[in-house]
Design a protein around this ligand. Structure first.
Ligand SMILES: *Cc1c(COP(=O)(O)O)cnc(C)c1O
Ligand SMILES: [Zn+2]
Length: 434
C-alpha cells in the first residue's frame, strides 16, 4: 500500500493466509499479563487479574516475531488485516475471514483547505464488511473463539459491534446472542438480526448492558468478544495503526485524531505504532501526538484531559453519537494517559456540531460518515482552531463508521429535495441549473 494511491495494490493478490509461513499462537504469544500489577496468566479466555482486578493484555514473544517479519513479507501478504497476522494473537488455522481491513487512506485536500491543514488524511474505516472499524476487533475475537472451541459468540454493543459480531458468527457458523441498549438506531438493529443473531434489547444504557453481560459471561460458557475475549479482541485495533504507517510510506503521522468510546481503539493505534519500532520495522519510536474526540453528551475521557484530572469520572450519556456512548469507559484511563504522554489534546462536539461536521465531510470529501465520524471531524476542526494542530502537521483523522446506519441524525436534509413533474418545462422552472 502506498500513501498516494492505496488502489495500486493488486486485487488479485491472495486473500487467504498461508498457515505454514506464519506463526501459530504459542509461537508468538507468551500469555496474558495484568496491566496494573504485571502478574502473568496463561492465554485463556480471561480478562481481569485475580489479584488487583486490573485488565489483562496479550504478551508477545517480540524477539521471535522480529525474526519472522519484514516490510516485504507484510507487503506480499493478503489485502486485509491478516497481512499483520504475526502481530495478532490468533492462529492461522482458525481464522474467521470476512476480509476486514486495508481501508483507504485518503488525501483530504478540500477539507484540509477549509481547516487550514496542508497534509490532512482520512482513514476511511467505514469501508469494512459491516461498515465500521469493529470488523477488525471482531475478526480477532471470533477467530480466537474458534481456537478456544466456543460455540456461541456474543457481545455487549453500542451498535457497530453488534453488526460485526453477528456477521462474523454467521461466517464462522457460531450461534450468536447480542445485547444492546434499547435506544439504538433501526439501521444497527436490522444490521444485526439480518445475520441470524438473537438480539436482546436491554432497558438501560451501554454501561447497564455491559454489567449484565459480565454476569452472563460468568455463568455461561460463551465467547463474549468484548468481555472474556477482550484482551484478544482489542488487539485487532492495532491493525489500524499498522495500516496508517504502511500507507504513509512507512512513516508516522505528526498528529492523529481518534474517536473514543471505551478508549481501546486510541490506545491500540498507539500500541501498533510502538510495536513497529519495537520489532525493527521502524527505525525510530513514534513522535505522533494523539488527540481524543468525544461527544459533549458523553465526554468522560476528554473531560479528564482538558481538566487535567488523573482519574475518569463516569457520566450518563445523552448524545446522538450512540456508538461512542460509553459513560464508564473500560480503557478511558489508558487512553487519557496516551494523550497526555504524546502531547495530544481532547476535543468534544455538541449534537449540532456533530451534524454540521457530518455534512461538512460529505460535501468536501464525498464521505458519508455516521455520528461518531461527525464527532471526529468536529473535534479535528476545533483542534485546528485552537492551534493544537498546525498547518503542516501530517494529520490522520479516523472515520470509523458509515452514515447509512445513523441516517436519522441528518434526516432533516431530506427537505432540501425538489419536487418536479415529469416534463422538461417543469424541471427548467425549478431554476436550479446555472
Ligand atoms: C466502537 C466505536 C468507536 C470507539 O471504539 P473504542 O475502542 O470503544 O474506543 C469509534 N467509532 C465507532 C463508529 C465505533 O463503533
Ligand atoms: Zn493485577
Amino acid at each position: 500500500m502506498t500513501r498516494s494511491n492505496a488502489s495500486t495494490v493488486s486485487p488479485l493478490r491472495p486473500t487467504g493466509v498461508d498457515p505454514i509461513s506464519v506463526l501459530d499462537s504459542p509461537d508468538k504469544i507468551k500469555g496474558l499479563v495484568c496491566r496494573e500489577c504485571h502478574r502473568e496468566y496463561p492465554a485463556q479466555p480471561i480478562y481481569v487479574c485475580e489479584h488487583c482486578f486490573g485488565p489483562l493484555e496479550v504478551q508477545y514473544r517480540y524477539g521471535d516475531i522480529q525474526t519472522h517479519i519484514s516490510r516485504e513479507k507484510i507487503a506480499a501478504g493478503p489485502h486485509n488485516l491478516w497481512r499483520y497476522i504475526d502481530l495478532l494473537p490468533v492462529s492461522p488455522r482458525t481464522l474467521v475471514n470476512l476480509q476486514a481491513g486495508c481501508s483507504p487512506m485518503i488525501a483530504a485536500t478540500h477539507l484540509g483547505r477549509k481547516l487550514g491543514l496542508k497534509n490532512l488524511f482520512l482513514k476511511n474505516d467505514a469501508i469494512n464488511p459491516t461498515h465500521s472499524f469493529k470488523d477488525r476487533v471482531v475478526s480477532c475475537a471470533a477467530s480466537k473463539a474458534l481456537e478456544f472451541g466456543f460455540t456461541t459468540l456474543s457481545c455487549a454493543s453500542t451498535g457497530n459491534l453488534a453488526n460485526a459480531t453477528a456477521a462474523a458468527a454467521a461466517k464462522a457458523g457460531l450461534q450468536c446472542v447480542i445485547f444492546i441498549p434499547d435506544n439504538l438506531e433501526p439501521g444497527k438493529i436490522i444490521g444485526t438480526i439480518i445475520y441470524g443473531a438473537h438480539l436482546i434489547k436491554v432497558k438501560g444504557n451501554y454501561d447497564d448492558v455491559n454489567r449484565l453481560c459480565s454476569e452472563i459471561a460468568g455463568k455461561y460458557r460463551w465467547a463474549f468478544v468484548n468481555v472474556n475475549l477482550r484482551p484478544y479482541y482489542a488487539e485487532g485495533s492495532k491493525t489500524l495503526g499498522y495500516e496508517t504507517v504502511e500507507q504513509l510510506g512507512w512513516s508516522y503521522p505528526d498528529h492523529v485524531v481518534v474517536p473514543v468510546a471505551s478508549g481501546s481503539l486510541l490506545t491500540k493505534i498507539y500500541k501498533g505504532f510502538t510495536e513497529f519500532h519495537k520489532i525493527g520495522l521502524m527505525d525510530k519510536a513514534p513522535h505522533t501526538r494523539f488527540s481524543a474526540a468525544q461527544a459533549s453528551g458523553c465526554n468522560p475521557v476528554v473531560h479528564a484531559i482538558t481538566q487535567n484530572h488523573d482519574y475518569i469520572t463516569p457520566v450518563k450519556p445523552i448524545t446522538i453519537a450512540k456508538s461512542l456512548a460509553i459513560g464508564n469507559p473500560a480503557d478511558g484511563f489508558y487512553a487519557k494517559e496516551v494523550v497526555k504522554q504524546t502531547g495530544g489534546a481532547g476535543a468534544e462536539a455538541s449534537d449540532t456540531e456533530i451534524v454540521a461536521a457530518i455534512e461538512l465531510l460529505a460535501e468536501t470529501e464525498g464521505i458519508f460518515t455516521e455520528t461518531a465520524g461527525g464527532v471526529t471531524i468536529a473535534a479535528l476542526k476545533k483542534l485546528c482552531a485552537e492551534g493544537q494542530i498546525s498547518k503542516n502537521d501530517l494529520t490522520v483523522a479516523y472515520i470509523t463508521g458509515v452514515g447509512y446506519k445513523t441516517q436519522e441524525a441528518v434526516a432533516h436534509i431530506g427537505t432540501r429535495a425538489y419536487s418536479c413533474a415529469a416534463n422538461l418545462k417543469a424541471f427548467e422552472e425549478l431554476n436550479i441549473v446555472k
